[in-house]
Structure formats: structure tokens, C-alpha cells
Ligand binder design. Structure first.
Ligand code: ADP
Ligand code: MG
Length: 623
């Protein structure tokens, strides 16, 4: 087959452009990336060979070789792992399959300084080779296949693929170093880079200089098998970078050996920044499963529940059989026990860090709180434990609060833990629904994550306190003792008979556009607001579902009117005196629209709204 010329996927082209012109302060990390890929590839072949030993041919000892050639200005990284066939080569080294890539690229600003720090979090893997090389050649043969392939590119938009009869099993990557990058042929330099970034790789990495014996330059023992006292924080961090394909500082590192009925080692990390795909529909689990140091899979759904999907790392089991297939992992009792153990450890670690002033728990919460909250309704057994780990914004101060702290501040006569859900904090704080609560000093939790809607309605209580949305009509403030010195608001209200007449007139005017009209306990400043019947779907949830095309049509709400508001008092007096008329009907419609607007919803009929508004304004001028 002749040489094929192909274009990089547009996203790759964009990345390459940044890589080549990037200001990477430490270009040396290209070596970490290539060694990491080689090690992954050896791991995959070792796993495949458990069921298909012939794949190994006569070459069962995995290794990664570095072969510098100062005279030629090249550095070669060769592995005898799984290798790639023709189609894999094109897919893996011509596109980016990672979910979230497009979104990531759309965040690039064109300002190279900012972009580089973004790329720092994203990582460019294989393509980082172009930081130091003007040309990269990959010669590869997939284990078990006869044909080998050569891939070449100068990183400028195109690559070529042709047959390579000389290819051996695995991948051999040759970098033609750019002028000024020849330090990457120096043995001393290569050794120190490997020591720094790749010492934890379980596969031996060797260096073969011209005219010298080959020597192994890493420890070649899996990091998690070493004892904690022998591992430096720097080594943990490098391992995290390798295993998580991440580039930030881990927020938490958890390394332990479980002994007893089930034996396994866990080396787990909580990332310091949010992975791109954390809310992506086809996100994966990111904890790698090993059995007695043999890599099994990095996609084992059963290892951790989805609400802990931010955890990265390695679990190495003593008890699972080596030839465990991915199918066998489903409903596996050993794995189920490991999972229980892992969940306990991770939640325990979160609790520990949440109680430690130095733990910087707020940083974790701001990054992953929305994910952890899924556990409140997904993991019913641990609901209370997870609720204790949750942090909330509330009408009490600007910081985070726990539910326990909230309960400690509850007012005499306060029946429930009150919540309000919405899209953004500032808007929520100004919501008319909160007026009465604020006036009585009753704290309300301000919930702005989409997930909040779901757990709030699924979890009726925390300890023995009911959680109740302020927008539900059941929210009852009458029993809460008024603050010392607060005015008796009854004195300030429209007389009861006038209110009754007004409410009857409003009901008549609005018909089935509302479920009911009521005098409000909760309003102090605003004239009107909309609430849902307790037990009905909350208005915010309905809006969220509608945004996803899932909800039924809008349902009528209860319109609450404030008997202490000047407009309502005036209107009540007018209706009592001269009955209802066209103006009252217009005002009724305007009041309902006003309440909708405050909820972030458009008036039901914008044209009619504008017409009525103009009319009322005109009347206001005395015209
Ligand atoms: P990542 O390692 O995060 O998947 P990379 O850009 O480093 O991303 O590599 C892209 C893909 O190319 C890998 O997922 C793998 O499938 C393939 N690949 C890279 N290097 C090798 C190698 N040495 N042997 C086999 N496959 C490789
Ligand atoms: Mg990689």
C-alpha cells in the first residue's frame, strides 16, 4: 500500500499549533507522556495475554527503552506493548477522542498565557512530542497481527501513514529533535527526567547509549506496592498525573492496604480541579483496577458509585482471579466488598478533611459538591453521612454552612429547614419569597445546583427536621415568634373583608390561569408572588425539566397577594367600594405577570402585558 496523506482533525490542528508555539516552561514533560503511553500499552497487552497467551510470542518481558543518538539528533522511545493497527493509528494519533475536548477548545482564548495554563489542566499527551521535535515517526505493529505501520508528521496539519515491514511488536517513536533541544540526547538529563516523572512506572525503563550497555533507570516497582514511608509527596503527585491523566495538584491523597476478609491496596486521589467530563453523559469511571499488580481495566463501573466519580487512582486486589473478564466483574461479590470499603474510606477521608481547618474543604466542595450531592438520593444508606458532608449557601452570612449549623440557628416555633432553589445566588437572595423569612429572622438555604431540585424533593428530612421549599404553600411562618420589637403587622393590613372581596375578584378575573389566590404571610416588600401547592412539582424544577424538553406544560400556581402592600390595600378598598371592572381585570393580569417575571418567566402574553402596562401608566399620569 502506498503512502497515505491525511489531515489532522481540526481540534488536533488547533492543539498542535498551541503546543508548538506554546510557552511550556517545562518541555521535558513530553517524555513523561510518551513513557506513560508506553506503559499503558504494555499493561493492556499483559491483560489481553491472560486469555490469549500467544499474543506475547517469544517476548514476555515488557520494557520501555530510551535510545538517544546525539549524532543524528534523535531520541527514540520504544515499547513492546500492544501496538496499534492501521485504523487505530489513524484514530489515536489523528483525532482526540476525549469527551469534552470541543468544549475545552472553545474555552481557549487566543491569549497564549491563559491558554497554556488551561492546557496544563487538559494535557496534550502524545502531541506534546512536538514541543521538542520537528518531526515525529511512529513505527508500530499490533500484537497478534502481521503487518506493521509507519506514521510520520511534522505537526503542521498533516500526517502520513505507510506500511512498515520492519516493525516489531509495540510502538517505536522517534523524535527528530529541534535545534536547541539536543539536551534530550544527554544520558544525565534523561535519567533525571525519568527519576522525576516516571520512577513509579511498574515496567522497567532502560537507557541505551551508543557503545554502552543498556541500564535500567527507574525503580520499576508499582508505586502503590511500596510502603507509605518510602514515598515522597512529589512521587505521589507524579503518580497522580500518570494515573489520572491530570496535571493539577491532587486535593487529597489516600493510600492504604485493606486486610482481613478481602485484601486490596487502594491509592486514591481527589483532583484539585474539575475534570472536563465530570458531567458528560458518557463519562467514565477513572479508578484503574489491578489484580496482583496486573492491570485489568480502567473502566470498571462497579468499583465506585457515580457520585464518587471524581476519584482517581488504582485499586489492586489480592482476591479476584487474574483471568477475571469484564463481564465477570458485574455482580462480583468480591468487587462489591471492595466497593463498600472504598466508599467508606473516601467518605471518611472527606469527613476528616472537612473537620480539619487546614483541609481546605471549601475548595473541594466548590469543585465537586454538585457531584457528591447525587449520593444523597442515590445512596440511601449513606444519605445522612453525605448530608453531613454537604455545604450550603444561606441567607445567614456569605459563607458556607452545614445542616447541623443551620439547625443550631433555627428559631423558636420554626418547623422546618427551609430551602429555595433557583439558577443563581444573587437572584435568589432578592426573591420576594424570602421576604417574610428574612423579616422573621428565619434562615433559608439557597440552592443553585440543578441537582438540588432532585435531592430536596427526594429527601424529606435531615435527622428529624423536615426540609421544605419556601415556595411551597405549606411553608408556615405564623408560628415563628416575631423578633423582639417587630411591629405587629396585622395592624398594617387591608381589612379582612376588603381582602376577601379582592381575592374573590382576582380569582374571577384570572380564572384557570391560577390554581388559587391567597393572602400572603411571606411577603413584606413585594405586592405578589407565585407559589406551588405543597406536594406539587417546584416551579424551578418544572423550569429545569422544560429546558430539557421533558416537562408537561405549565401548571397553574397559587398567586399570593400581600395585604400589607400599598397597591393591594388600595385595590382592595377600590373593589370593596365600586366592585370589579375592566381596570381591575387588567390589574389582576398585571399582578400575575409581575409575579411570573420575578420568577424569571416571561409574561404569559407579552403583547397583552405591554398593552395593559401602557394603559395603567397612562392612567397614572392622570390622563
Ligand atoms: P491518552 O494517553 O490520554 O489517551 P495520548 O495523546 O497520550 O492520550 O495518546 C492517545 C492514544 O494513542 C492513546 O490513548 C493510545 O490509544 C494511543 N497510543 C499512544 N502511544 C501509544 C503507544 N506507545 N502504544 C500504543 N498506543 C499508543
Ligand atoms: Mg497519554
Amino acid at each position: 500500500m502506498a503512502e497515505e496523506k491525511r489531515q489532522f482533525q481540526a481540534e488536533v490542528g488547533k492543539l498542535l499549533d498551541i503546543v508548538v508555539h506554546s510557552l511550556y516552561s517545562n518541555k521535558e514533560i513530553f517524555l513523561r507522556e510518551l513513557i506513560s503511553n508506553a506503559s499503558d500499552s504494555c499493561d493492556r497487552l499483559r491483560y489481553a495475554a491472560i486469555t490469549e497467551p500467544d499474543l506475547l510470542g517469544g517476548d514476555p518481558d515488557f520494557r520501555i527503552r530510551l535510545i538517544p543518538d546525539a549524532a543524528a539528533g534523535t531520541l527514540t522511545i520504544a515499547d513492546n506493548g500492544l501496538g496499534m493497527n492501521h485504523d487505530e493509528l489513524i484514530a489515536n494519533l489523528g483525532t482526540i477522542a476525549k469527551s469534552g475536548t470541543a468544549e475545552f477548545l472553545s474555552r481557549l482564548t487566543g491569549d497564549s498565557k491563559k491558554d497554556v495554563s488551561l492546557i496544563g489542566q487538559f494535557g496534550v499527551g502524545f502531541y506534546s512530542a512536538f514541543m521538542v521535535a520537528g518531526e515525529v515517526t511512529v513505527v508500530t505493529r499490533k500484537a497478534g497481527e502481521a503487518k506493521g505501520w509507519r506514521w510520520t508528521s511534522d505537526g503542521k496539519g498533516e500526517f502520513t501513514v505507510s506500511e512498515a515491514p520492519e516493525a516489531t511488536r509495540g510502538a517505536t517513536i522517534t523524535l527528530k529533535l529541534r535545534d536547541g533541544e539536543t539536551e534530550f540526547t544527554e544520558a544525565f538529563r534523561l535519567k533525571s527526567i525519568v527519576k522525576r516523572y516516571s520512577d513509579h512506572i511498574a515496567i522497567p525503563v532502560s537507557l541505551k547509549e551508543p557503545d554502552k550497555d543498556e541500564e535500567t533507570i527507574n525503580s520499576a516497582s508499582a508505586l502503590w506496592t511500596r510502603s507509605k514511608s518510602e514515598i515522597t509527596p512529589e512521587q505521589y503527585k507524579e503518580f497522580y498525573h500518570h494515573v489520572a491523566h491530570a496535571f493539577d495538584e491532587p486535593w487529597a491523597t489516600l493510600h492504604y492496604k485493606a486486610e482481613g476478609a478481602i485484601e486490596y491496596t487502594g491509592l486514591l486521589f481527589v483532583p484539585g480541579s474539575k475534570p472536563m467530563d465530570i458531567f458528560h453523559p458518557d463519562r467514565k469511571q477513572h479508578v484503574k483496577l489491578y489484580v496482583r499488580r496486573v492491570f485489568i481495566t480502567d473502566d470498571c463501573e462497579e468499583l465506585l458509585p457515580p457520585y464518587l466519580r471524581f476519584v482517581r487512582g488504582v485499586v489492586d486486589s489480592q482476591d479476584l482471579p487474574l483471568n477475571v473478564s469484564r463481564e465477570m466483574l458485574q455482580h462480583n461479590p468480591v468487587l462489591a466488598k471492595i466497593r463498600t470499603g472504598l466508599v467508606k474510606r473516601v467518605l471518611g477521608e472527606l469527613k476528616k478533611k472537612s473537620e480539619d481547618a487546614e483541609g481546605n474543604y471549601a475548595a473541594f466542595w466548590e469543585t465537586f459538591g454538585a457531584v457528591l450531592k447525587e449520593g444523597i438520593y442515590e445512596d440511601f444508606e449513606r444519605k445522612d453521612e453525605i448530608l453531613e458532608l454537604c455545604r450550603f449557601r444561606s441567607t445567614h452570612g456569605d459563607g458556607w454552612t452545614t445542616l447541623a449549623e443551620y439547625v443550631g440557628r433555627m428559631k423558636e416555633g420554626q418547623e422546618a429547614i427551609y430551602t429555595i432553589t433557583g439558577d443563581n445566588l444573587d437572584q435568589l437572595k432578592k426573591s420576594p419569597q424570602l421576604e417574610g423569612f428574612v423579616a422573621k429572622g428565619v434562615e433559608v438555604l439557597l440552592l443553585t445546583d440543578p441537582i438540588d431540585e432532585f435531592w430536596v424533593s427526594a429527601v424529606p428530612r435531615y435527622q428529624d427536621r423536615e426540609l421544605r421549599p419556601v415556595t411551597s404553600a405549606g411553608a408556615d411562618l405564623a408560628k415563628v415568634k416575631a423578633a423582639e420589637g417587630a411591629d405587629d403587622k396585622k395592624a398594617d393590613e387591608a381589612p379582612a373583608d376588603e381582602m376577601a372581596t379582592l381575592i374573590a375578584a382576582l380569582k374571577l378575573a384570572l380564572g384557570d390561569k391560577v390554581k388559587d389566590v391567597r393572602a400572603s404571610e411571606r411577603l413584606t416588600e413585594s405586592a405578589v408572588c407565585l407559589v406551588a401547592e405543597s406536594g406539587d412539582m417546584s416551579m424551578h424544577l418544572e423550569k429545569l425539566l422544560r429546558a430539557h424538553g421533558q416537562a408537561p406544560g405549565e401548571r397553574p400556581r397559587i398567586l399570593e397577594v400581600n395585604p400589607r402592600h400599598g397597591l393591594i390595600k388600595g385595590l382592595a378598598a377600590r373593589v370593596k367600594e365600586s366592585g370589579t371592572n375592566a381596570l381591575v381585570e387588567d390589574m389582576a393580569a398585571l399582578l400575575l405577570d409581575q409575579a411570573r417575571i420575578v420568577e424569571g418567566e416571561p409574561p404569559a402574553d407579552p403583547v397583552a402585558f405591554a398593552r395593559r402596562m401602557a394603559l395603567v401608566m397612562e392612567k397614572g399620569l392622570g390622563a
